[in-house]
Design a protein around this ligand. Structure first.
Ligand code: HEC
Length: 247
């Protein structure tokens, strides 16, 4: 009886009768399929959309990015302009995959309690950001963004920067030996330049050792690596009155 059953229904029917073997074989089949899809993405360099003008974060920007993550700014702000007309008119050129090749972890996000920040770099002067972080309602009446006045008081801790750059280099970000070794000095110089500009714009003095300069460095870089075709969202306006209009 049994033999005839097998003959009639073939090998597949027999396999289905062995749940364990069948499960193992199915798993292998799925894994092979997965690898065929996945491996080229890691192994073939051309599968990553590189853009020649996109550069890794400078040391101070990287530190600012870490503060951004630590403060949870990404829970309210996305960093991805979607390729829809209403988004492009509001924020500027839509985001390209190649713009985030050095993002670890990426901060694209999908929830916007505040506006998208992917193209905020250059939209406002440094001092605007200092004032906005200290008290968002001073630049944007009715803003529901929380104030971060401690950023103007807390000292910037740059001591981990060489390690951070080294780790990112291990993951493929092309930092040079010089950048890794001198990360702290490079960051200090950047901080100095931003602090001087804030002073020149009539802002508070002595911010070069504070967290705020790192956040400003980071925000001012966002979305500026590629030439945008639309003027909305980048460099177009620096008037504080525009804030609500751009929300
Ligand atoms: C509770 C949600 C929330 C959090 C958290 C938050 N924001 Fe905002 N953010 C907003 C809202 C709402 C606005 C729009 C009103 C305004 O300009 O303040 C905004 C506006 C901004 C703008 C101006 C954008 C533009 O195009 O005009 C910047 C820059 C910004 N936030 C940076 C930050 C940073 C940096 C952090 C973290 C330190 C942060 N935000 C945390 C809600 C938030």
């Amino acid at each position: 009886m049994k033999r005839r059953f097998i003959k009639k229904d073939g090998i597949h029917r027999r396999l289905e009768g062995w749940p364990l073997v069948f499960t193992v074989l199915t798993t292998i089949a799925i894994l092979v399929g997965g690898l065929v899809e996945f491996l080229p993405l890691i192994l073939v360099k051309g599968s990553v959309d590189k853009i020649a003008t996109v550069e890794p974060w400078t040391p101070l920007e990287l530190e600012g990015r870490d503060i951004y993550i630590a403060e949870g700014c990404n829970t309210c702000h996305s960093q991805m302009v979607r390729p829809f007309r209403h988004e492009i008119e509001r924020y500027g050129e839509y985001s390209k995959a190649g713009e985030t090749v050095y993002e670890r972890p990426f901060l694209w996000g999908s929830k916007r309690t505040g506006p998208d920040l992917a193209r905020v770099g250059g939209k406002y002067p440094h001092l605007w950001h200092v004032r906005h972080m200290e008290n968002p309602r001073s630049t944007s009446p009715n803003s529901i963004m929380p104030p971060y006045p401690h950023m103007l008081e807390n000292d910037l801790d740059l001591s981990d920067l060489p390690t951070k750059l080294k780790r990112l280099r291990m993951l493929g970000t092309p930092y040079s030996d010089d950048e890794v070794q001198n990360a702290i000095e490079i960051a200090r110089e950047e901080a100095e330049a931003i602090a001087r500009e804030v002073e020149a714009q009539g802002g508070p003095e002595g911010l070069e050792t504070k967290q705020i300069v790192a956040i400003v460095a980071y925000l001012q870089r966002l979305g500026t690596d590629i030439q945008t075709t639309s003027t909305a969202g980048s460099g177009a306006s620096s008037a504080p009155e525009d804030v609500n209009a751009s929300r």
